[in-house]
Design a protein around this ligand. Structure first.
Ligand code: ZN
Length: 244
């Protein structure tokens, strides 16, 4: 089974289409939330997700606020302005779709679970070793995929020696041994924040138990122009160009 792993598309249609094209044929898509917010194409992005043949989706914090499930209280000024605009754009049908998205974590297979923030709290951010250890200990499957930070990261925890180690490189071998669990963020499709403006995604192949982190260039200028034309804060366009 070949999975395409995406997260944090954030209404960036240009980035999303580039990822779908670069990923090639996949059996199943795992979409880890934050379909909307920040970008200029919330309805078109949801149309794209809903058109996928086999997809498992969970909700992100922007999906909850954009659909009206939660208030904007926890959002900073920038995120609030963008999500208020998003709420006004969403069709009724798409708002309903967002509202119905399940809360993570969601178990996909015996091997795999997905969450937006962390397995213990869908809105928590996993940045450092402490966060990662807690998440790995709270995960119910050997491989837990997450998003929310917009920064690619991979951790492994051996259940016997309890040593957490960050995993370098872009191709992770998940088959090492049975007592190791993995926690991986494949990065953000629509608003990367690791200094690399290219769209990020992952390919998980169960045939050889590998997870490959991939980057693909897309038409950033077009996505930026749409943000400006929509009247969204210009800093949202600028940050796409620098990957922050
Ligand atoms: Zn996000």
């Amino acid at each position: 089974m070949r999975y395409l792993v995406i997260s944090d598309v954030h209404a960036n249609l240009e980035a999303f289409d580039a990822v779908l094209a670069a990923a090639g044929t996949c059996d199943h898509v795992l979409a880890l939330g934050d379909f909307v917010g920040y970008g200029a194409d919330p309805n078109a992005v949801i149309d794209r997700v809903r058109s996928l043949a086999a997809v498992t989706c969970i909700r992100g914090n922007h999906d909850k606020v954009g659909s009206g499930l939660e208030s904007t209280d926890g959002f900073n000024q920038l995120a609030r302005r963008a999500i208020d605009w998003t709420s006004r754009q969403l069709t009724g049908d798409h708002r309903e779709w967002l509202t119905a998205l399940p809360e993570g974590p969601v178990v996909v297979t015996d091997l795999l679970e997905i969450c937006h923030g962390a397995p213990f709290d869908e809105d928590a951010y996993i940045f450092d070793d402490l966060d990662a250890t807690r998440a790995l200990q709270g995960s119910s499957r050997p491989v837990c995929l997450f998003g929310h930070t917009h920064v690619p990261a991979a951790f492994a925890l051996s259940r016997t020696d309890r040593v957490l180690r960050p995993l370098p490189g872009t191709r992770l071998d998940l088959s090492t041994n049975a007592d190791t669990s993995f926690l991986v963020n494949c990065g953000a499709v629509g608003q990367p924040r690791d200094g690399d403006p290219r769209a990020a995604f992952g390919i998980l192949d169960t045939a050889d138990l590998s997870l490959t982190l991939v980057r693909v260039a897309y038409d950033v200028a077009k996505a930026q122009a749409k943000i400006v034309a929509a009247g969204l804060p210009e800093v949202l366009a600028h940050r796409l160009g620098v990957g922050r």
